[in-house]
Design a protein around this ligand. Structure first.
Ligand code: ZN
Length: 395
């Protein structure tokens, strides 16, 4: 079979590193890869090339969502209901969610907790071309303390040795990164977001095991003491981070720790408070202002912030990266920073920067064709756009 050859002609092409839009450029794609990016009209090409006129349009890299739960359901606030589903049902749901993500321009995701390692299987199936959807960096089950936040989706451990065992089991299953729960969270009844959960020693053991295998670790961490434990222990990314402070942020900069704020997760709970259990809404209310202040502190201090949504949590749809992008701008990011957060910085966190997150020869042809320049009009992210994944058009 001959490879597809596509010329996206005369577009404004984003250079996410420079924060510039290169006017009237062509992007030439062969198979699943970008082969050339150059000023319009410079390339000569044969009749077998499909030419797509993109005059006036902007091309950006596909969005990367660093925090999704493929098997969860935005219409279900109870993780126990998710965990009780059969593997077949969870897989069907997850494949539908992958479809929604791709149609919303999300071409790469990081799985952040899955009751039965379904995301590991789907990641492999995607790589082998058996299914469509975003590429996935899967974690399989998350790891928490007994009864800790997210226990319905995880393995429960209560010592550094048990932690080592849990990480080794996930590595054996094929996890691409490890998620550990340093604090309580919003969705677990009877657990405070500020309560410390896995200990420093347990986190440290988990990080060591992951590093032996050459993979990264992430922590769900909302309360201050738990975030401290995780960052001190050497975690690679802090998720949510409701209660950061100056000292933690200085450690994050020193160690190169990423921050994945997931602002949309809290906003969606507050937007729909009448249809959710009160314990959940109350916790989101309490956290909201601190969360925003933490985001702003991290931003002004220069912490690497990668876009993530927590898609799958209540009312948080697969595709909410488009909303998170705007929430981050509303909370203080420039459009250039928000684009980086959703592309090259996310790719750095996922260790795929050599192939994803920017537009250049040799990179994957994961592209969005937007109606307007996203740097000038960030709201264009909410308007309909064209999606290419691996050189194939989906929307
Ligand atoms: Zn999550």
């Amino acid at each position: 079979m001959t490879e597809n050859k596509i010329l996206l002609a005369s577009a404004n092409v984003l250079d996410v590193y420079q924060g510039e839009s290169r006017l009237q450029h062509d992007v030439y794609i062969e198979g699943n890869t970008i082969k050339e990016v150059c000023p319009h009209g410079q390339l000569s090409f044969g009749e077998d090339v499909e030419v797509v006129d993109c005059t006036g349009k902007t091309i950006m890299p596909g969005l990367m969502d660093c925090h999704v739960h493929l098997c969860m359901d935005p219409a279900c606030a109870d993780p126990a209901v998710i965990a009780a589903k059969s593997d077949a049902d969870l897989t069907i749901d997850a494949i539908n969610h992958m479809d929604a993500l791709l149609k919303n321009g999300i071409t790469y995701v990081r799985g952040m907790g899955d009751p039965r390692n379904i995301d590991i299987v789907l990641s492999q199936a995607k790589k082998e071309g058996k299914i469509d959807g975003p590429d996935i960096l899967p974690c399989g089950k998350l790891i928490c303390m007994t009864g800790g936040h997210g226990w319905q989706l995880g393995d429960e451990v209560d010592s550094p040795d048990e932690m080592r065992k849990a990480v080794r089991k996930l590595l054996k299953a094929g996890a691409g990164h490890i998620k550990m729960m340093a604090t309580g969270g919003v969705m677990t009844r009877g657990v405070k977001t500020t309560s410390t959960q896995l200990t420093y020693e347990e986190l440290k053991a988990g990080i060591e095991e992951a590093e032996h295998a050459g993979i990264k670790t992430a922590t769900h961490a909302q309360g201050n003491a738990g975030i401290r434990n995780a960052v001190r222990a050497g975690i690679h990314s802090v998720e949510h981070g409701f209660y950061l402070d100056e000292e933690i942020v200085s450690w994050m900069i020193e160690k190169g720790t990423f921050y994945v704020p997931t602002l949309v997760a809290v906003y969606e709970i507050l937007n729909q408070k009448d249809s959710l259990p009160s314990y959940l809404v109350e916790k989101a209310e309490v956290a909201k202002d601190a969360h925003r202040a933490s985001f702003q502190l991290a931003l002004k201090s220069g912490v690497k912030i990668a876009l993530g949504t927590d898609a799958g949590t209540p009312f948080n749809q697969f595709g909410s990266a488009r909303d998170e992008f705007l929430y981050m701008i509303e909370a203080g990011m420039s459009p250039v920073q928000a684009v980086r957060s959703a592309t090259c910085i996310a790719a750095q966190l996922l260790d795929v920067e050599d192939r994803f997150g920017s537009i250049a020869p040799g990179k994957a042809a994961d592209l969005l064709i937007l109606q307007n320049c996203i740097y000038d009009e960030p709201g264009t992210i909410k308007a309909p756009f064209v999606v290419y994944k691996g050189g194939k058009r989906y929307v």
